[in-house]
Design a protein. Structure first.
Length: 310
């Protein structure tokens, strides 16, 4: 039954690729929600499990933030077999994001460029969705400020020493207060850009050792579009997909060397094949996340990475 559902999903891919990327994304998720009953429950061998942040993951492969910003499709995406799904980015209040069009395919490079602008329905909507979800995997939430995004001018300066200290320090203090109030400690991770120099990565690693978040996600989208050449490089926004992979691996390798063996790293960026996944793990990642590779290849990529129960 799972293979039949996957075949139906694959049959719809050529149609979706002719549509505007954002519209195709929305229609694909709606279709997945309808087809969810066709996917039987997954079962993974115990030896595939990974322990990170004090949590047990069924295996290493998850879905990166941005695919389901509002938690509207958490159960449907979870049925595909992801061990963890990062929802969001969510902001305190709903916001529409940037004007459309704001997502662009670069199919020859298996890449996407987006300038979405953190469009989402707000944190209250997401909480409602989470409370009604039946997904049994690990659920993460990417949080952001209203009217800002990784593609907002100068926002990445928050990864500099003063910005990171101010933002992360405040969040860690608030977590202590929430832990005392609710008796539950929620892991807090920092997501970093792939465009940092070696010196910047070293300084970042020093800050992470000092502030002691629970882990790091490497990496976000790249603001350097020159690797695409013209005319694609003339777009504005963040680059994801295959061209990002060597940048992500380089940052992960340096972070692992500087942070030591015990600091958890989630590797994300340009994982469009099993070979990419293996390289990211060899670089030092404990867990993986996919986004653009999944957008282009769908369940075929998941079968490469986590197999099939049939």
């Amino acid at each position: 039954m799972r293979r039949a559902a996957a075949a139906i999903a694959a049959a719809g891919m050529p149609v979706l690729t002719r549509l505007d990327p954002e519209l195709a994304h929305d229609l694909g998720l709606a279709g997945l929600k309808v087809m969810r009953p066709l996917w039987p429950a997954w079962s993974f061998p115990a030896e595939c499990s990974v322990r990170c942040f004090g949590l047990q993951f069924a295996h290493s492969v998850g879905l990166a933030a941005g695919f389901d910003k509002n938690g509207d499709y958490l159960d449907a995406l979870g049925a595909l077999g992801f061990s963890h799904i990062e929802l969001g980015t969510v902001t305190p209040r709903p916001q529409p994001g940037n004007p459309k069009p704001r997502m662009f395919r670069i199919p020859g490079n298996l890449a996407l460029i987006n300038r979405m602008g953190f469009n989402n329905k707000g944190v209250d909507h997401l909480i409602t969705r989470l409370s009604g979800s039946r997904y049994r995997g690990i659920r993460g939430i990417s949080i952001g400020k209203n009217f800002s995004s990784p593609n907002t001018a100068r926002l990445r300066e928050l990864q500099d020493r003063d910005g990171l200290q101010r933002i992360l320090g405040t969040l860690l203090e608030e977590r202590v207060a929430l832990q005392e109030r609710h008796g539950k400690r929620v892991p807090l991770l920092v997501k970093v850009a792939p465009d940092l120099s070696e010196a910047q990565v070293s300084e970042l690693a020093q800050q992470l050792r000092s502030l002691q978040p629970d882990g790091v996600i490497a990496t976000n989208t790249s603001s350097d579009l020159n690797v695409l050449g013209k005319p694609a490089a003339e777009h504005r926004g963040g680059l994801s997909g295959a061209p990002l992979h060597p940048l992500s691996v380089k940052v992960i390798s340096q972070l692992r060397a500087e942070l030591g063996a015990d600091f958890p790293i989630i590797g994300v960026g340009g994982i469009v094949s099993a070979a990419n996944a293996r390289e990211t793990l060899r670089a030092g990642a404990n867990l993986l996340q996919v986004y653009t590779g999944f957008a282009y290849r769908g369940t075929d990529l998941l079968e490469e990475l986590i197999g099939s129960p049939e």
